[in-house]
Design a protein around this ligand. Structure first.
Ligand SMILES: *Cc1c(COP(=O)(O)O)cnc(C)c1O
Ligand SMILES: [Zn+2]
Length: 407
């Protein structure tokens, strides 16, 4: 089955563009472009039975993805992650229906793989040979991996204090890695300046149409995993917001092809209290967020001072009856430990932030014990071993008293 991609549409001024030429942001107004599909044709051609017979990667949704020729697909096995039942975490707070979408199982250990798999595949199809992104860390690792698999020249720019593993995982697959003495916003500015003259295609968050299409598949999978009846709330750690924006788009498309009804989850954004531009804008009833000053948090993926798609994220939170919550680094550390101990999962601080937010919202009554709530585990904790402290007794095998040391 082919892609039913039909055109690109601006999310702000509604201008229409051809989907078969390269675009970044809207040429008319500079805002986010969305990929649009012939959903009538998808409705007629795609059945749930088709889906069941396909491999478990995100490419099983190819009618709703932008890549036209199968030969252009660059895949490392992304998507198709499990929806885990969080029995122990839920029980500890009186919730019977708490779930975890386990995105840390993706290639490169985070859900960034979904967006980059689709963006790189489509870029390849449209003739791109050199590709670049600014990144807080995981986007760099994912772009580097898919860029390598596609045989592209790949450039990544990240803050100098991004986790070492993100620098190393990018370097090992051959990307050109640059560190910036500043934040992701500074890296973004540098990329914007360098890219045009060097013929680098810039895949900054929501500044080209196809990363969001990859992230959209999280929403498609959730709908299927909940048997086409969406959960009551989704808690998502929000930096640039591709996940929130992508899933919301997925739900609209599924309704238009007749697979779900109009009911939507409350979409809940979690940010770190050291960088919470969306929470502030949400609370003040604003349509746009202001740039956050002196952004700081241990959750690198949430250190995005000025999300480009702020207006889409804020619209989604409000339209869904959701909210935006800030959690402190201490709450994140506690949540990481509790999640690890109770469920046996070592998750990223960004993921742990969703559980910290869940605890706040359960205590305030915003979430009710009977509701079906999904925590987004966006990345594995193994990349964040620098946040874990533990002491281990060292045993001298020839010493006399070693048996006494082992309690
Ligand atoms: C990038 C990232 C986020 C934030 O994702 P957005 O879709 O950009 O809001 C959350 N968690 C992890 C682990 C990330 O790498
Ligand atoms: Zn526009």
């Amino acid at each position: 089955m082919p892609s039913f991609l039909s055109h690109l549409e601006c999310t702000s001024c509604n201008s229409i563009y051809s989907a078969d030429e390269l675009h970044t942001v809207c040429p008319n107004c500079g805002k986010v472009l969305f990929a649009r599909y012939d959903l009538e044709a998808v409705r007629r051609n795609l059945t749930r039975e088709h889906l069941l017979r396909r491999d478990a990667t995100l490419w099983r949704w190819r009618e709703l993805l932008p890549v036209r020729e199968e030969a252009n697909i660059v895949t490392l096995g992304e998507g198709g992650t499990p929806l885990l039942y969080a029995r122990n975490l839920g029980r500890a707070y009186g919730f019977e229906k708490l779930y975890i979408k386990a995105e840390g199982l993706n290639p490169t250990g985070s859900f960034k793989a979904r967006g980059m798999a689709v963006a790189v595949s489509r870029a390849q199809e449209l003739g791109v040979r050199k590709i670049v992104t600014p990144s807080a860390g995981n986007a760099a690792g994912a772009l580097a991996a898919y860029g390598a698999a596609a045989g592209m020249e790949t450039y990544v720019f990240m803050p100098h204090d991004a986790p070492d593993i993100n620098k190393l995982e990018s370097a090992i697959v051959g990307a050109h890695v640059y560190l910036v003495n500043g934040l992701i916003s500074d890296a973004g500015r540098i990329v914007k300046t360098l890219a045009p003259a060097r013929n680098w295609f810039d895949v900054s968050t929501l500044q080209e149409p196809y990363r969001a299409e990859g992230k959209k598949t999280m929403g498609l999978e959730l709908a299927e995993q909940f048997n086409w009846e969406l959960p009551d709330a989704i808690i998502y750690p929000t930096g640039g917001g591709t996940g929130i924006v992508g899933m919301w788009k997925a739900f609209a498309e599924l309704e238009q092809i007749g697979w779900i009804d109009h009911k939507r989850p409350k979409m809940i954004s979690v940010q770190a209290s050291g960088c919470a531009p969306l929470v502030k804008a949400f609370e003040q009833g604003k349509q746009r967020a202001e740039a956050w000053q002196d952004a700081q948090t241990i959750a690198d993926g949430l250190r995005v001072p000025h999300p480009f798609a702020d207006y889409l994220i804020l619209d989604t939170l409000r339209a869904s009856g959701g909210t935006a919550v800030a959690v402190s680094d201490d709450e994140i550390r506690d949540a990481m430990r509790e999640w690890a101990r109770l469920e046996g999962m070592f998750v990223s601080p960004e993921s742990a932030a969703t559980f910290a937010a869940f605890k706040q919202l359960a205590a305030s009554g915003f979430l009710q014990p009977h509701e079906r709530v999904v925590l987004f585990d966006t990345g594995t904790g193994i990349k964040y071993s620098h946040l874990v402290r533990a002491e281990f007794p060292v045993i001298d095998p020839n010493g006399r008293a070693w048996e006494e040391q082992v309690k």
